[in-house]
Design a binder for this molecule. Structure first.
Ligand code: GLA
Ligand code: ZN
Length: 695
């Protein structure tokens, strides 16, 4: 599982550091471009993403191309020894294009064609737009596909959104025909006898009909597939004419509407845009940090196994324009960047290198400000980070190695989003729930690989299945095989309610044989409100050795029946008192757990700690001790090398014990001794001695 990853750019043994560079905005002020080239070296950056929104400079009029300015920039960047990530400009079109060909614009849910302003609003199936993009990408690849500076292709920008024009809706009908073959099969899958919505013609299938939640799910699938299809369309000439340059796009972490697991099959390298918006002075930062770590663990494993990845965009000072303005205090930016490295990234880039003079992002954080370019805090922090990256770059070639997997599926999110009559899902609930399960591991420095349910989880010691509402075909069988073969798995409430067409399982709940596997039947689901007081307590003498605790349920609870399973915890108040809240069941050589309610933090920690202990999972500290509040440690390793990233997300100084024979601070060379002091928002990287394994 821990194959040594190669450098992201062959031959480049540096961590990537740089940002979005828009010389196209400065062609009229050439001295600024000269200054940029001086400042690249002064800041120590090595990688620039170029041309992301440059279409009106590349094709100033229909069919009139001007690539010379870009050629000159690329030549200079090559001469300066910089890596270029060259973009295709389809994220935003020139205004002349929509004026001449209105069909390139999307149609919204109200049936209105979008205005030519804004960006990221092109129709996915417009033949004109596809033609223009294909022509542009072909020309770019012909001219620059073998240019010595060009090390990666950056396809478009942050793909998102849907189009409801006639062509795209017609494409949906074709997509359904291919998936279901007959109208009868679609009627069955979408349960159209509900409210007499039975389709008698394909043209009646209206993606806006939210009353059919199977239809809603299929529309999401189709809209996400359109992104994959468009990406493939863009990538084709790049791959053909520039075969040795990896092709990728910039993702948006846990963005809800594109199935990144599917898109990842076409990405040569995973790259993310990360704007966690850390609120430094509030305890909230710890929850934000855990969610960011969870996201990074998912990105590392997006292709089904851990792989090196990188940050394509981040914000140097906390002013990311579209979010509340929380300026980062000194130190926090380095911590945020090292957090990505800690989870397997081999580089971090900014949006943006230089702030533009105008436009709505002119105040967005940038390495180079409008005035006093080298004297700003941003510039100095970036320069200092370059020097730190030089000290720690030997982490390239190592990755995180996990015994624990958590499963997270996009289709399950969409299916649950379409449901009524279940506790409200505002789009963040499933993520928050998954991160709540993740916390016990994060606080002990236990690595977690976040996988899709379709990935191979058979090699892990413990698998957490947080609220996997929709079960993909074959998943339950693979999970049963895993458990029968000795695996341990924990499922939380609402897992396994529907099949892949969003229809409720009828064989049990959780369905598809998981009721038998867990020995639990989930009958009813409820939601906790502020006035709800639902205590949960441990059953004395339980076989897991769970200590006697009382905690409360928050969020969602369910009423379950133990059908062969042992009850480890039960509800201790209200009308549910005495009914099971946590069950365990032996199955073959393995063991299952079913958690019926969202326990509070202390309850969850006890449950996971007991499982870790029984399962022999090691933490950073002996006996799986908790790291100080707000601190996590993430490990990267390979071939006898192991690095610990010790990170303090709190504003208080923390002392972190370093067990075993300690380690050496990679940057100062100083031995760690038995512990390390971390100031507010500080990060240190230790080379840990391998002679004695970390407990
Ligand atoms: C996104 C985009 C960038 C820029 C930043 C601002 O990540 O890709 O072009 O708009 O947001 O935060
Ligand atoms: Zn369209």
């Amino acid at each position: 599982m821990n194959k040594s990853p190669r450098a992201l750019i062959p031959g480049c043994d540096d961590l990537l550091h740089g940002g979005d560079y828009n010389p196209d905005q400065w062609l009229g002020i050439p001295e600024v471009i000269d200054e940029d080239f001086r400042l690249f070296d002064a800041a120590g950056v090595n990688t620039l993403s170029v041309g992301i929104f440059a279409w009106s400079r590349l094709e100033p009029a229909d069919g009139v191309y001007d690539f010379d300015w870009l050629g000159r920039i690329l030549d200079r960047l090559a001469a300066a020894g910089k890596n270029v990530i060259l973009a295709t400009p389809s994220g935003a079109r020139p205004l002349w294009m929509a004026q001449r060909y209105p069909e390139v614009l999307r149609v919204d849910r109200q049936g209105r064609r979008e205005t030519p302003v804004l960006r990221h609003n092109h129709c996915w199936s417009s033949a004109v737009y596809r033609g223009k993009v294909r022509e542009m990408n072909t020309r770019l690849a012909e001219r620059f596909g073998r240019h010595p500076a060009v090390k990666m292709w950056h396809v478009s920008n942050e793909f998102s959104g849907e189009c409801l024009c006639e062509r795209c809706v017609g494409g949906f009908h074709d997509w359904l025909k291919e998936r279901y073959r007959t109208l009868d099969a679609v009627n069955a899958a979408h349960w159209t006898d509900f409210w007499a919505h039975r389709y008698t013609d394909w043209s009646q299938i209206n993606p806006l009909d939210f009353t059919l939640d199977g239809l809603a799910l299929d529309w999401r699938r189709y809209a996400s597939w359109q992104v994959e299809d468009f990406y493939a369309w863009e990538a084709e000439p790049l791959r053909r004419l520039s075969p040795s340059v990896p092709v990728l796009t910039n993702l948006m972490g846990l963005f809800e509407w594109v199935d990144y697991h599917k898109l990842a099959r076409q990405l040569d390298i995973v790259a993310d845009d990360s704007y966690p918006g850390y609120v430094a002075d509030s305890p909230e930062i710890v929850a934000q940090a855990m969610e960011t770590s969870f996201k990074f663990d998912l990105l590392r494993c997006l292709k089904g196994e851990p792989r090196a990845w990188f940050l394509m965009e981040s914000c140097i000072d906390g002013n990311s324009v579209w979010k509340p303005l929380h300026l980062k205090p000194p130190g926090l930016h380095h911590l945020e960047m090292f957090q990505a490295l800690a989870h397997g990234a081999d580089g971090t880039l900014y949006f943006q290198w230089r702030k533009g003079r105008g436009g709505v992002e002119k105040y967005h954080g940038g390495v180079v400000h409008h005035t006093h370019p080298e004297e700003t805090r941003s510039f100095k922090e970036v320069s200092a980070l370059s020097r730190r990256y030089e000290q720690v770059k030997q982490v390239i070639g190592t990755l995180n190695r996990a015994d624990v997997a958590m499963l997270f599926d996009w289709e399950s999110r969409w299916a649950y989003r379409a449901a009524k009559g279940l506790p409200k899902n505002d789009g963040t609930m499933l993520v928050r729930h998954a991160v709540a399960q993740y916390e016990a591991f994060w606080r002990r420095g236990i690595t977690v690989d976040v996988l899709a349910s379709g990935h191979d989880f058979s090699g892990y010691k413990f698998v957490v299945v947080p609220r996997l509402y929709l079960l993909q075909p074959g998943f339950a069988e693979r999970l049963k095989d895993y458990v029968r073969g000795g695996g341990w798995v924990l499922l939380t409430a609402l897992t396994g309610m529907v099949d892949e067409t969003n229809l409720c399982w009828r064989d049990g709940c959780p369905g598809d044989g998981l009721e038998e596997m867990t020995g639990v039947w989930m009958e009813e689901v409820g939601e906790c409100f502020p006035e709800t007081e639902l205590r949960v307590g441990t059953v004395e003498g339980n076989s897991l050795g769970l200590p006697l605790v009382e905690c409360v349920a928050e969020g969602i609870y369910s009423r379950i029946h133990a059908r062969g399973a042992e009850v480890l915890m039960s509800y201790a108040s209200g009308w549910l008192a005495g009914t099971p809240a946590l069950c365990t069941h032996g199955c073959g050589a393995g063991r299952t757990f079913f958690l019926a309610a969202d326990l509070d933090r202390s309850g969850l920690d006890r449950v996971y700690e007991a499982i870790m202990r029984r399962r022999g999972l090691k933490g950073f500290l002996p006996e799986r001790g908790l790291l100080p509040p707000g601190v996590t440690v993430q490990l990267r390793e390979s071939d006898g090398r192991r690095y610990g990233f010790l990170m303090n997300f709190s504003k208080e100084t923390k002392c972190v014990p370093v067990p075993g024979s300690g380690g050496r601070d990679l940057e100062t060379g100083m031995p760690s001794g038995g512990g390390v002091k971390l100031d507010a928002w500080e990060v240190k990287v230790l080379e840990l001695r391998m002679t004695k394994p970390v407990e």
